[in-house]
Design a protein around this ligand. Sequence first.
Ligand SMILES: [Zn+2]
Length: 200
Amino acid sequence: MRYHQAMPSFDVCNAARLRRDPRYDGRFFTAVRTTGIYCRPVCPAKQPLTRNVVYYPTAAAAEAAGFRPCLRCRPETAPFCPAWNGTRSTVARAVKLINEGALDEDSVVSLALRLGISSRHLARLFERHVGATPQQLAKTLRVQRAKRLLDASDHTMTEIAFQAGFGSLRRFNAAFAELYGRSPSSLRNTQKKPGLRSSP
Ligand SMILES: [Zn+2]
C-alpha cells in the first residue's frame, strides 16, 4: 500500500497492536482482511494473524478501502490524533473544517477556496496524509457523529440524522446500510445488549 506520512511503520503498528498499546489509539487503525472489519489498536477481541492485517492512518482510509467499523472497540470513540493533528498544516485545518461540517452542505471546491489552495492540491494532500478523499472523510465523520449520538442519547432517528449533518433521514439510513450493512436503529439496540459493550 501507499506510504502515509501521518502513520507509523507497519512494524511499529504491529507491535503496538499486539500489546494493545493505548498510546497508539487514534494514530492508526487495523483492518483485518479475513473479516472485513477494522479496529482500534486497543480492541479487546482476539488478535488477528499479522499476515491478515493492513494498517490505515485514519478510520476514513479503512472505510475507503471497504472495511467496516468494529462494533466492539467502536472506532468512532477513538481519539482523533494522527501525526498532523494539532499542527497548523493545511491538512489539519481542512480536517478541522470538515469536522465542523464544511462538507455537509458545501462543496470541496469552496472548502479549497477557504484554505487558499486548489481542489486538486487538496485532493493530493488528503491522499498522502489521510488516505481518503475529503468527501470520504466527511462521510466517516458524519457516521461517527451519528453513531456516538445513537449510543449516548435517546433522540429519535430523525433528530440524530440532522444533528449529525446528514440533511435527510434517507441519507442517514443509506450511509449506515452502506457502512454497517444494518439500519441505525438496529445498531442502537445492539449496543444495549449485555456482552457487546465496548470496554474489555
Ligand atoms: Zn475491534
